[in-house]
Write a protein that binds this ligand. Structure first.
Ligand SMILES: [Zn+2]
Ligand SMILES: [Zn+2]
Length: 308
């Protein structure tokens, strides 16, 4: 299984001289199986480059494409590249878009079509020439063709957001981004007006159970691509509840889950290359101090290929 990063940035594309090394496109990951089947995770602006690559290489070699695209959720940074994904304009190609049901039960298809209405884009969704279908996912495990098993996990974000665990070719690859640790929703101090000891205890239990489930979902993976938008200091001072994880927590939970490699991902748009290098060093130093087994940590870079 080969993983290639086409976009690693969160929130908004950030091209420019300060981001050339890690890249400025929003999230898109290509998962290429040993039989050359391509699974795509994320339709951020990075998917534009992947689309062109697929047309020039894969289509030339093997004819029409048959693709599965999984989106974590429909926040704009994760779907904005779709109208620029060339394979959708070519007859004969098949694209199955998989993503979570959302709170309003508004279908994926409608959300994708909205950004392809004339107010935003010169073409409409019903003008696309490829065969495009939409599949709504809930939490669970299912099989794709070619012996691929996919497990989905609801993560902690302001809207329903799915992590994906892909098992194929004897390897396990997991994505867990646009998420933060589950917290005790009834946290408080004795003496607070609305303090309720029982609720506090139950809240703590629920948070721990949910965090344990996320660790079980990542358990033993060969590679986890994890949200690491913040560091502890930023997270605890002003970013609680924004739906993103501090690096220190990523290391703690992936170590506990027995993960082999971790890619820090969904980089904050304000981060320069120098800052990301610093964070990568910080993470490696920390792992060296915490580590009982071996775990490899790196900050995901656009263009990087990881073989599992
Ligand atoms: Zn995002
Ligand atoms: Zn989001």
């Amino acid at each position: 299984m080969k993983i290639r990063f086409w976009g690693v940035r969160g929130s908004i594309p950030t091209p420019g001289p300060d981001t050339v090394r890690y890249g400025g496109n929003t999230t898109c990951i290509e998962v290429r199986l040993d039989n050359d089947k391509v699974i795509i995770i994320g339709a951020g602006s990075g998917i534009r480059g992947l689309g062109n690559h697929l047309v020039v290489n894969d289509m030339k070699k093997k004819g029409p494409l048959d693709l599965d695209l999984f989106v974590s959720h429909t926040h704009w940074d994760h779907i904005m590249g779709f109208p620029f994904f060339t394979p959708i304009f070519i007859p004969g190609n098949k694209v199955r878009v998989h993503g979570p049901v959302n709170i309003g039960e508004e279908g994926l298809e409608k959300i994708f079509a909205l950004q392809m209405s004339y107010n935003y884009f010169p073409l409409r969704a019903d003008e696309l020439a490829a065969d495009i279908s939409y599949e709504l996912l809930r939490e669970g495990t299912f099989r794709l063709a070619d012996g691929v098993t996919i497990t989905t996990k609801i993560l902690n974000h302001p809207i329903i957001d799915l992590g994906y665990r892909i098992e194929a070719d004897g390897k396990v690859f997991v994505t867990a981004y646009d998420t933060e640790p589950f917290r005790n929703l009834f946290d408080g101090e004795p003496g607070d007006d609305d303090y309720d000891e029982e609720a506090q205890r139950e809240g703590a239990k629920a948070a721990e159970m949910n965090n344990r489930r996320v660790r079980d979902f990542m358990r033993g993976a060969d590679l986890v691509v994890h949200d690491a938008q913040y560091i502890n200091r930023e997270y605890h001072s002003s970013k609680l509840g924004w739906g993103h994880t501090p690096v220190e927590y990523v290391l703690w939970s992936t170590l506990k889950a027995g993960v082999k490699r971790v890619a820090l991902f969904h980089h904050d748009p304000t981060r320069t290359d120098e800052e990301l290098e610093k964070i990568e060093r910080l993470a490696r130093d920390r792992v060296a101090r915490l580590n009982h087994h071996r775990i490899e940590v790196f900050a995901a870079r656009e263009g990087m290929v990881v073989e599992l």
